[in-house]
Design a protein. Structure first.
Length: 290
């Protein structure tokens, strides 16, 4: 199926102020180098949380998935190799980057347990305009994708997503925590780079939990710990890593972050070690129905 045709919903209302939109272009990504360091994010999640049990819990083989901020489908590509049996997920993909949607759809076409239904070129905050309530999903997930969203609009997004879930549906949010190096690097970037004063902060898991708590939405939280490691001599990898952590491909990151890089240097292993803390928040629709 082509990216744009009568059966595929492509929508293009996005937020030009969103750092993700401007960064996630083909020429900026250097994905192989990035995932050489960060693939552990997804591997750890797949190891610690049983997606096989999640899918089997629906007692049916065909499931409907809404993937918010699908990116280039790296998570799904790793998960596809770990799934058992004849489970199949028909996925609607939403992302702010047209390039990422194109790559993701090609990836999904090659998966054993996933296929693509519709694709939406849209910011997550605008999903209400395009993903209609006539849809009913078994699973909605946002895997490392709710960082630069508008915090003031996320309550409405959560409520709408719960409306989109079927009775036994589950909503998974995989989000960095306050004490992660991701957050520390981005905070340093904003506080030491005056030209970026209007750039949004990364929303942390704790801030998303506060929104859910205010709405009275119950959730389970599984906290994961892991580290990103980059050999000291791999300055090119370090440069790509730092640029993507702050979503800025123009900055001389090695000089810019020099004041704090030593904090992350592991002398014993001659590596830079960035400790990460990421939460998996799990919302069960049935538990909210009373």
């Amino acid at each position: 199926m082509g990216l744009v045709d009568n059966q595929t919903n492509i929508n293009s209302i996005t937020d030009d102020s969103n750092a993700s939109k401007s960064y996630y272009q083909a020429e900026n990504l250097y994905l192989n180098s990035w995932f050489q360091v960060t693939q552990i994010d997804y591997e750890k999640l797949i190891k610690e949380y049983s997606f096989n049990n999640l899918f089997k819990g629906f007692a049916k083989n065909q499931l409907k998935l809404l993937d918010l901020g699908c990116g280039t489908a790296k998570f799904s590509s790793l998960l596809d190799k770990k799934l058992d049996g004849n489970i199949h997920l028909l996925a609607d993909l939403l992302d702010i980057s047209e390039y990422c949607l194109q790559v993701a759809q090609k990836q999904f076409d090659s998966f054993q347990h996933f296929s693509t239904n519709k694709t939406y070129l849209s910011a997550t905050e605008n999903l209400q305009q395009f993903v209609y309530k006539t849809n009913s999903y078994d699973i909605i997930w946002a895997i490392h994708s709710l960082y630069t969203v508008d915090q003031n609009r996320m309550a409405d997004v959560y409520l709408y997503c719960l409306d989109l879930l079927g009775y036994n549906g589950k909503f998974l949010i995989y989000q960095l925590a306050e004490k992660s190096s991701y957050k520390n690097l981005y905070s340093f970037y904003l506080s030491h780079y005056p030209e970026r004063k209007n750039t949004r902060y990364f929303l942390t898991s704790e801030e998303h939990q506060q929104i859910l708590d205010t709405l009275g939405i119950n959730y389970e939280n599984i906290r994961l710990h892991f580290s990103h490691r980059i050999n000291c001599e791999s300055k090119d990898i370090l440069e790509i890593y730092l640029k993507k952590c702050v979503l800025d491909n123009t900055l001389d990151v090695l000089n810019f972050f020099q004041p704090i890089l030593q904090e992350y240097f592991d002398r014993e292993n001659n590596q830079y070690k960035f400790d990460q803390v990421v939460d998996l928040l799990i919302i069960k629709k049935a538990s909210l129905m009373g």
